[in-house]
Design a protein around this ligand. Structure first.
Ligand SMILES: *Cc1c(COP(=O)(O)O)cnc(C)c1O
Length: 411
């Protein structure tokens, strides 16, 4: 009998979303007339914009004729897409990238996980708490950790608490770590890091020969000037950081699938014997062997996001979600709740009133307001006492949910 990867058994059973589903279902069964509003989702709800859809359709039609048919594309992505992204999205930030430093993929979730292929298991990894669970669980799966403790921390991982005290931007680790996951704008807290804060991490990574894995899935939602959209806006970051971006939230591609990973040529790792090797070469090899590229129509659709019309329409959708975020944020504040995020990210991170636990607040919000959110404790122990609301819903639902919350807590 084949021996399994025992590391999978160390994972806690998928608990958060199944448990939310179970409680919502039970409530709905007992209260068939309640109109339940779901603000727990991390998925977009607006359709693809016309300019993107048009390019998508045209590219599908290309596949119907021998003269314009496309088979396998480059594993790294088409140059016309990569150069468009570099020119339209990185250059304006003052970031110069070469075509061979960007790799198109079918998702940032996948890339955040796959990137572990090119690193030795002996590396010490630092992860935020609360956190996007993918960073943690993929390290468990490859066998970099021991067992989980009663609090939910895995042995061997350095957890970086993101708390009210540090403005939800973690403090530098006291021990030496080799790989650091950072996500800004952050899911779940909706908070951002200033350039100074990112510089602190870049300086740490340069001083300790560490690599930063920077997840910028929500960069397009930044509304305030001066907040970095890319870690490469910080000097020296090309020597120590890999950046992930995705079309999922930016352009509603959660079901279409397109993302990118930047691995600068200057970024080095070392071999067992201490030789320096560019990570770009390794990632290129990894992708060429294990990946066969994003489909042609999807890459055409992605390029259309950056056309004049495409970006105007895309920005309107982003603004729609960010207006939702503003409505939630202002409404909760008016209800005298303490809220974070929602200004540069489509998530609002609220402090549960009266010191309630995340799950107690979940039950109260469901039973008294018929609103569903996500308990902060589901994202890590330091999320206890917090609660995430998403701005990806429909406007009418967002407005009604906020009115209900105001009625309950705004007195
Ligand atoms: C949604 C999300 C992503 C995007 O993942 P895709 O696989 O590209 O859809 C990446 N990171 C975080 C933190 C996210 O919330």
């Amino acid at each position: 009998m084949a021996h399994i990867n025992d590391n999978y058994l160390k994972l806690k059973a998928g608990y958060l979303f199944p448990e939310i589903g179970r409680r919502v279902k039970a409530f709905a069964a007992a209260n068939p007339d309640a109109k339940i509003i779901r603000l727990g989702i991390g998925d977009v709800t607006r359709p693809l914009v016309p300019a993107v859809l048009d390019a998508f359709h045209k590219a599908v039609d290309d596949l119907a004729r021998a003269e314009t048919f496309h088979g396998y594309g480059p594993e790294q992505g088409y140059e016309w897409l990569i150069d468009t992204i570099i020119g339209k999205s990185y250059k304006p930030l003052g970031v110069e990238l070469k075509t061979n430093e960007m790799f198109m993929s079918d998702g940032s979730k996948c890339d955040c996980a796959n990137i572990l292929d090119i690193f030795d298991l002996g590396n010490v990894v630092a992860i935020g708490d609360p956190v996007y669970p993918v960073y943690n669980d993929t390290n468990v799966m490859v066998g970099r950790t021991g067992e989980v403790d009663a609090k939910g921390y895995y042995e061997g991982v350095v957890y970086l608490p993101c708390t009210e005290e540090n403005g939800f931007t973690p403090d530098l680790p006291r021990e030496k770590v080799d790989i650091i996951y950072l996500c800004f704008p952050n899911n779940p807290t909706g908070t951002v890091a200033t350039k100074e804060e990112l510089k602190k991490w870049v300086d740490y990574a340069l001083a300790h020969d560490a690599v930063i894995l920077f997840d910028a899935a929500y960069e397009a939602f930044i509304t305030e000037p001066g907040i970095p959209h890319s870690i490469y806006e910080v000097e020296g970051a090309k020597k120590c950081a890999i950046e992930f971006r995705s079309f999922s939230k930016t352009a509603g591609f959660t079901g279409v699938r397109c993302a990118l990973t930047v691995v600068p040529e200057e970024l080095m790792g070392k071999t067992a014997s201490g030789e320096r090797v560019p990570l770009n070469k390794l990632w290129n090899r990894r992708q060429s062997t294990k990946f066969n590229g994003v489909s042609y129509p999807v890459q055409k659709a992605a390029a259309a996001v950056y056309s004049e019309e495409g970006w105007k329409q895309t920005k309107e959708v982003i603004d729609y979600y960010m207006e939702n975020a503003r409505i939630i944020r202002e409404g909760l504040k008016a209800a005298r709740l303490t809220v974070y995020g929602g200004v540069n990210a489509p998530y609002i991170w609220l402090k549960t009133p009266e010191g309630m636990s995340s799950w107690d607040f979940f039950d109260k919000l469901l039973s008294e307001c018929h609103v569903v959110g996500t308990p902060g404790s589901g994202f890590g122990p330091s999320g206890e006492g917090y609660f995430r609301l998403s701005a990806f819903g429909h406007r009418e639902n967002v407005e009604e949910a906020v009115e209900r919350i105001k009625k309950k807590w705004g007195k």
